[in-house]
Design a protein. Structure first.
Length: 364
């Protein structure tokens, strides 16, 4: 049986890899050829190559080797290289992008300029904060995409309110949860080994920080001061992006007893999150993963593009002030047991719904 019409999927950052892993498998299970393109936006091996192995995601067909640099420099480099790639790939008329990183915007622009049809996964997420590069990226990508795959009703409503035609919008669910549920047994069984290697000996919090707006000495001093209020009774674990480690060292940020470790593989990291007492993060995806894992989440930002997690009670947006962090953690600790919540369409079948839509209209 011959392969069906090609699809290009462009990825470049850790969250992209997690989200496309189940989609690549779904395409290939249905005999649809996938041209997987890695821009190289994440240059650190632990943030890129290792996670491909961890997710059992095959090697990319093409690697653009985008150099480290400013957002504008990387954007221009990616667009130029993708323009050349799409010029040589006349049979690949459908290009998929995921999320809101620089690679997402670059691929959407390059593809549209070459007359390709573009689909965007995670369409309609909105923080209402245009200072965030991610917010600007996702808005621009949604408005030039031919197909918008939305994770929830909030996202659908955002797209409609911005004037995007309903015929372009498809409510399909949360693709990140596909990866989590596909790997749930591995996540559960990995904890003892991972915790032993890290020397975890008592209950612990998991913390992640990577947003540009939080790379500020005054803000980090507030966050770490709040966290250290609990370090006598709980271990505080922070898998740190290389950029965060460099900032902490350069600016002499006092991290006290916080356990700073290198970025962890996907399975190992979620195994720790699943057993943590509380997760404190400025990530978007982790707000969703903690919801499924039944772990209370505190978001160290002033807003979220995932308001569904706030509405169902699995997440609180608390900012970065020391006293608010302390009060919010105490509220969770005093509340006791935290129950898992079921969310519509967060069922591990989003990849299939996406492929079904594309087969119906674009991959005949």
């Amino acid at each position: 049986m011959s392969k069906k019409r090609n699809v290009s999927l462009v990825v470049g950052a850790r969250p992209n890899f997690i989200k496309v892993a189940p989609l690549v498998r779904q395409f290939e299970n249905e005999n649809i050829d996938v041209d997987l393109i890695h821009t190289g936006q994440h240059w650190d091996e632990k943030l890129s190559n290792e996670i491909f192995q961890d997710l059992k995601l095959r090697e990319p067909n093409n690697h653009l080797d985008t150099p480290r640099g400013s957002m504008n420099m990387q954007l221009g480099d990616m667009i130029q290289k993708l323009d050349e790639h799409f010029s040589d790939s006349s049979n690949q008329m459908l290009v998929g992008v995921v999320g809101d990183v620089t690679s997402t915007l670059a691929a959407a622009i390059a593809a549209k300029n070459k007359g390709k049809e573009v689909f965007h996964i995670e369409s309609g997420l909105r923080s209402k904060n245009l200072v965030m590069a991610e917010e600007r990226n996702r808005i621009m990508v949604d408005h030039i995409s031919d197909i918008c795959f939305a994770p929830c009703e909030y996202s659908v409503n955002n797209l409609i309110n911005e004037g995007i035609d309903k015929s372009r919008i498809n409510l399909v669910g949360n693709i990140m949860i596909d990866s989590l549920l596909n790997n749930y047994e591995r996540i559960e069984s990995s904890f003892d080994d991972v915790s032993s290697k890290l020397g975890l000996e008592k209950e612990f919090f998991v913390v992640t920080l990577h947003r540009d707006e939080n790379l500020d000495k005054e803000i980090l001093d507030e966050i770490f001061s709040g966290l250290l209020s609990f370090s006598d009774d709980y271990q505080i674990l922070l898998p740190a992006h290389p950029r965060l480690k460099e900032f902490i060292h350069t600016n002499s940020v006092d991290t006290g007893q916080v356990l700073l470790v290198d970025p962890l593989p996907y399975i190992s990291f979620l195994s720790l999150v699943s057993k943590s007492k509380i997760c404190l993060t400025d990530s978007g995806g982790l707000q969703e993963e903690t919801t499924i894992l039944g772990v209370p989440c505190l978001t160290l930002r002033e807003e979220t593009e995932r308001p569904i997690t706030v509405d169902i009670g699995t997440n609180r947006v608390i900012g970065t002030k020391k006293e608010v962090i302390i009060d919010s953690v105490k509220l969770i600790l005093e509340a006791g047991e935290f129950k898992k919540v079921e969310v519509p369409l967060w069922d591990g079948k989003t990849s299939k719904r996406i492929v079904d839509v594309l087969k119906e209209s674009y991959l005949k």
